[in-house]
Design a protein around this ligand. Structure first.
Ligand SMILES: [Zn+2]
Length: 228
């Protein structure tokens, strides 16, 4: 991870250069390769998919969105996870933890992983470790220590990006206002790969008018009065 070691230091913050690609080599290699290609410096962002209008939240999990040729169900957590993941790919920023977060019983492999992703980890007494730098989105969270332990079990920077995006994305089960849903849809549509989450799961279920029309067998009743 020479990239991280050489990361520029600005005003006490540590970050990768914008456009740096996450380290490949985690289990989801195909996706990573795609991501890296999309995130290559100088690659223009893909055009937005299409205009989407948030209509309602369903089961505090899905955003029902209307567009010119149908409607989509967008899962709120993974859409947000995609947005945050790409932001982290572009800018993995580490900030000081004051006071440091103290972790105990870390295995050498965990300490190595934390150091590999750029965190500052030092011995702090008997089987205690002080973590003095954390990813910016995690630093102020009440579950920062849990998050750091989770990161310590990852295998790469890529795994850390995904875990951080997942932990900080809006959870399913959270009520969202129409405005917040529209904001999320807009941000999500600007992502480089809006179709799948960083794990490769689909983010939305498209319900196109053409397939709805087929499902409701509208052609059977042409000429009759069935609400057409
Ligand atoms: Zn997640």
């Amino acid at each position: 991870m020479g990239q991280l070691i050489q990361a520029a230091e600005t005003a006490g913050h540590y970050s990768l250069e914008p456009g740096s690609s996450p380290e490949p080599g985690h289990s989801d290699t195909a996706e990573t390769t795609q991501e890296n290609r999309r995130a290559a410096p100088g690659t223009p962002p893909a055009a937005p998919l299409m205009p989407l209008k948030a209509l309602a939240q369903v089961h505090q999990r899905y955003i029902l969105a209307e567009h010119p040729t149908g409607m989509w169900l967008v899962e709120q957590h993974i859409a947000h996870e995609r947005v945050l993941y790409e932001q982290l790919c572009d800018r993995w920023q580490l900030v000081p933890l004051e006071p440091p977060v103290i972790l105990n019983h870390l295995l050498p492999v965990q300490v190595e992983q934390l150091q590999r992703i750029g965190l500052l980890v030092e011995p702090f007494g008997d089987r205690l470790w002080a973590v003095r730098l954390a990813p910016e989105p995690l630093a102020q969270r009440s579950d920062c220590a849990d998050a750091l332990v989770e990161l310590s079990w990852g295998g790469s920077l890529e795994a850390a990006l995904v875990a951080t995006a997942c932990r900080t994305a809006i959870r399913n089960g959270t009520p969202m206002s129409l405005e917040a849903m529209q904001d999320l849809l807009n941000q999500w549509q600007q992502t480089r790969n809006p179709r799948t989450c960083p794990h490769g799961r689909p983010i939305y279920l498209p319900l196109e008018e053409s397939s709805l029309s087929r499902f409701f067998r509208r052609h059977w009743v042409i000429g009759k009065s069935h609400g057409i």
